[in-house]
Write a protein that binds this ligand. Structure first.
Ligand code: GLN
Length: 541
């Protein structure tokens, strides 16, 4: 029978609960257990699909097409287990489901209440699709004390009783260092656990994020006031790279304490060799290359979480450190791109939406193409690379995307637009935002002998998508004559998935998001190859 680990957070947000959960999942997996991770988000949005990446960070897309929280990306990267739609739920989804049922009359006129209706729906989500896992880790989003979290905490409290010795609770808090007093402070942790106990949840393990090691005395104090065993107070000290987290937690005794809380004896020792290898490659690279990421949300790195990680993975595979230079594309609209791009070893234009900054991105593509700098275009970055080629190689000077408004040469557009006879049909402005995207895994057939077929070592691939617009198939022939190769197509042959430029050392654009499937132990082949090309470039200059 599956065991459940519920992870809550207290004191402040952004403590890295997602990473902590992912790292614990990895440790249990390293001991030979089958694990799965889930996220329960208390906010009222139905999914993060329409939330601003400024506020919420990246929208992580699963194979089955769900737009989820970025923590699911950590889970996948740390455990290699692909997430599904059913691994992320929000209050919004729960309420939507309940209200739909209520309107349908499913409750037969009964009063619909938070307890039991909302809490039952939450419990059902947590218990769903167990897949013979040894452990399911459920992270509860938000911070103890948030009003929205209460139904979730009540639901897991009930599960604690129902699952009995098959459920434990871990609470992650902050132990701040007050410089003026030269002291670590345990009071916020005491208060946070007190609040949790007030709701009826007694944590089995308290993890304490801290800038520096927590001395024995402080740990004992936390244990005493929080009603846990001394050894169940786990210091979670800041580390240099996130891939070090599982090793540190293991050293601090986290996995042993989890097993002890479940009364599991004689568990196999973890095999952490792969983690040690990754950490040593991250910490002792043989060189460094610089990649310019030309985007819009460059002020907030969380908006590009998977991308940053995938670049790091490409670096791990090539034994180099990848330095990312974040460049706001709008600078290229007023200044000459050269000053920013002259010394970089590769240029990447990531996914993006909307017209603002698009011309600047096209200028960056142009620089990469005409200066033979390795170029990687992801989703929007591919669409803009095709527009650049249409304008400057194929002579379609007014080439653009209908995402920016109606136009004469829609090199990129909505499929519905070019299927409609007699011109463009404008998407209605009030169309529902979340529902119209091409989302999730789709196959692509690769052109035999192309650069990407060689990189992947395969002729069909499955990659995750999140976009509305497509490269317009009607311009394919014209673009091919101008030198672009359409090296990946949808299986039906109607949607361009990958383009490459054979007259360039490394110029590839993909309609999907390869970064979502890259993992430290299994780096994505396109990122490995891109970083390799950038490394070659660094040796040229
Ligand atoms: N804005 C483009 C589209 O909707 C690209 C989206 C993306 O890069 N994820 O098609």
């Amino acid at each position: 029978m599956t065991r459940f680990i519920f992870i809550t957070g207290g004191v402040v947000s952004s403590l890295g609960k997602g990473l902590a959960s992912a790292a614990l999942g990895a440790l249990l997996q390293a001991r030979g257990y089958k694990v799965r991770l889930r996220k329960l988000d208390p906010y009222l949005n139905v999914d993060p699909g329409t939330m601003s990446p400024y506020q919420h960070g990246e929208v992580y897309v699963t194979d089955d097409g769900a737009e989820t929280d970025l923590d699911l990306g950590h889970y996948e990267r740390f455990t290699g287990v692909s997430s599904r739609k059913s691994d992320n739920v929000t209050s919004g989804q729960i309420y939507q489901e309940i209200i739909t049922k209520e309107r349908r009359g499913d409750y037969l006129g009964g009063t619909v209440q938070v307890i039991p209706h909302v809490t039952d729906a939450i419990k059902q989500f947590a218990l769903d699709q167990q897949d013979d896992c040894d452990f399911i880790l459920c992270e509860i989003g938000g911070t103890i004390g948030d009003i929205e979290s209460l139904p979730f905490l009540e639901a897991i409290r009930q599960l604690g009783n129902e699952l009995d010795d098959h459920a434990i609770f871990i609470h992650l808090t902050l132990v701040p260092f007050i410089a003026s007093a030269g002291e670590l402070k345990t009071k916020p942790t005491q208060h946070s656990v007190k609040e949790l106990r007030g709701i009826g949840i007694q944590p089995d393990i308290v993890m304490c994020r801290c800038e520096q090691p927590i001395p024995e005395d402080e740990r004992r104090k936390i244990a005493l006031f929080c009603n846990v065993r001394n050894e169940a107070v786990i210091p979670a000290v800041d580390v240099e790279t996130i891939y070090e987290v599982p090793l540190h937690y293991h050293q601090a005794g986290l996995d042993s304490q989890v097993l002890k809380s479940f009364r599991i004896e004689n568990a196999p020792e973890p095999d952490l060799g792969a983690w040690q290898e990754v950490v040593s490659r991250v910490k002792e690279p043989e060189g460094e290359i610089t990649i310019a990421v030309v985007g819009k949300y460059t002020g907030l790195k969380d908006a590009y979480k998977s991308l940053t990680e995938a670049l790091t993975h490409g670096g791990i595979a090539n034994n180099v450190h990848v330095k990312i230079e974040w460049i706001d594309s709008e600078v290229f609209e007023s200044e000459d791109a050269v000053i920013y791009l002259e010394n970089v070893n590769g240029i990447l234009v990531p996914g993006g939406f909307g017209e603002r900054g698009a011309e600047g991105k096209i200028a960056a593509v142009n620089f990469a193409r005409t200066h033979s700098v390795p170029y990687f275009g992801i989703c929007f970055g591919m669409q803009l690379a095709v527009i650049e080629a249409a304008r400057n190689l194929a002579g379609v000077t007014s080439a653009t995307s209908t995402e920016f408004g109606p136009c004469d040469d829609p090199i990129v557009g909505l499929m519905t637009e070019w299927e409609v006879e007699g011109g463009l049909e404008k998407r209605s402005a009030d169309s529902e935002m979340g529902g119209t995207l091409r989302l999730g895994a789709y196959d692509a057939a690769l052109k035999p002998g192309s650069q990407v077929a060689e990189i992947y070592g395969s002729e069909t691939v499955s990659e995750r998508h999140r976009h509305r617009y497509e490269v317009n198939i009607n311009f394919k022939q014209q673009l091919e004559e101008a030198g672009l190769v359409f090296s990946g197509m949808s299986p039906a042959g109607d949607l361009p998935e990958i383009i490459e430029n054979p007259d360039h050392p490394w110029f590839i654009g993909v309609q999907f998001h390869p970064e979502l499937k890259s993992r430290p132990f299994d780096p994505h082949p396109l990122f490995v190859s891109f970083i390799h090309a950038a490394l070659e470039q660094s040796r040229l200059v």
